[in-house]
Design a protein around this ligand. Structure first.
Ligand code: C2E
Ligand code: CA
Ligand code: CA
Ligand code: CA
Length: 278
């Protein structure tokens, strides 16, 4: 309902009310989504920067809403975090991604690696290590196949706890990547302290890499830092050939981006990789 009339507050009250209502609606719909199988994983290829072969995929969740169509995670992950649904959602994502990867590895895509995003609340969940243990037992994914992507903020909240959780995950053969690297507040020191195996250079630095001297300098430094600490360096958001060439010349290990492929539904991803490698 559109507010009319002379009083300003009448303009604001309904719209605030509507925003709260909208979140409530998303929350209720999301509960149904989990029960009614409306979520789907898309897979974006991760490419070896030099050979241009596909080495793995990042799983990215999508929601097929019965009325609103396809909804991107930017619209519902934060709601899921706020209303406590993120752990169920995250467990579903992890399970689905690992099972799909196991099937692919045994059939058309041997050697494929999989990366799954973890939200801060999931990382703090006491059940995380237990559920990852179960999934690894069930799928028997070899060491190094599953990578969990976390953000810098996760490590800063409670560093001691984070180190012990990461070590437990490492003990299960899980690799850890720092997502959106460079956008957080962290000190570089934590890269030494935490058992991390790769860093993903944020898209915002990659965007203008071929034209902006500052972004060039930042990306050069991150690649150098990563390699001197024995970390794999991944660049995300690669859209232009010039960006790929720059990153390859600087020794970046892996890249993801629309230049190669958008996140794809499982069957399309499988076909895309098989044809590319044929
Ligand atoms: P992210 O982890 O940084 O994922 C990369 C995002 O960039 C994806 O958006 C992807 O589609 C997009 N992207 C990839 N290549 C390009 C490119 O070349 N150009 C541009 N402009 N964009 C590119 P998406 O799928 O909408 O996901 C957004 C964010 O939602 C993710 O950012 C991640 O933080 C979160 N997310 C997605 N799936 C999950 C999930 O299963 N669990 C959790 N906790 N978070 C998720
Ligand atoms: Ca990610
Ligand atoms: Ca990212
Ligand atoms: Ca992000």
């Amino acid at each position: 309902a559109k507010a009319e009339g002379r009083n300003n507050y009448r303009f604001f009250l309904p719209s605030m009310h509507e925003r709260v209502k909208e979140r409530k609606t998303i929350e209720e719909d999301l509960r149904n989504a989990l029960e009614q199988d409306q979520l789907e994983l898309y897979y974006q290829p991760k490419i070896d920067c030099r050979t241009e072969r596909v080495v793995g995929a990042e799983a990215l969740v999508r929601w097929h809403h019965p009325d609103r169509g396809l909804i991107l995670p930017g619209e519902f992950i934060s709601v899921a975090e706020e209303c406590g649904l993120i752990n169920r959602l995250g467990a579903w994502v992890l399970d689905r991604a690992c099972r799909q990867t196991q099937i692919w590895r045994e059939t058309t895509l041997p050697g494929l690696r999989i990366a799954v995003n973890l939200s801060p609340a999931q990382f703090q969940d006491a059940e995380l290590v237990t559920s990852v243990t179960q999934i690894m037992d069930q799928t028997l994914l070899p060491d190094g196949t599953l990578e969990l992507e976390i953000t810098e903020s996760i490590l800063m909240n409670n560093p001691e706890k984070a180190v012990s959780t990461l070590n437990e995950l490492k003990g299960l053969g899980v690799r850890i990547a720092i997502d959106d690297f460079g956008t957080g507040y962290s000190s570089l020191n934590y890269l030494k302290r935490f058992p991390v195996s790769s860093i993903k250079i944020d898209r915002s630095f990659v965007n203008d890499i071929h034209v902006d001297m500052d972004d060039k300098a930042i990306v050069d430094a991150v690649i150098g830092l990563g390699h001197s600490l024995n970390l794999e360096v991944v660049a995300e958001g690669v859209e232009e050939i010039e960006q790929h060439e720059y990153l390859r010349d600087k020794g970046c290990d892996f890249i993801q981006g629309f230049l190669f492929a958008k996140p794809l539904p499982a069957d399309v991803f499988e076909k895309w990789v098989t044809e590319r490698h044929a």
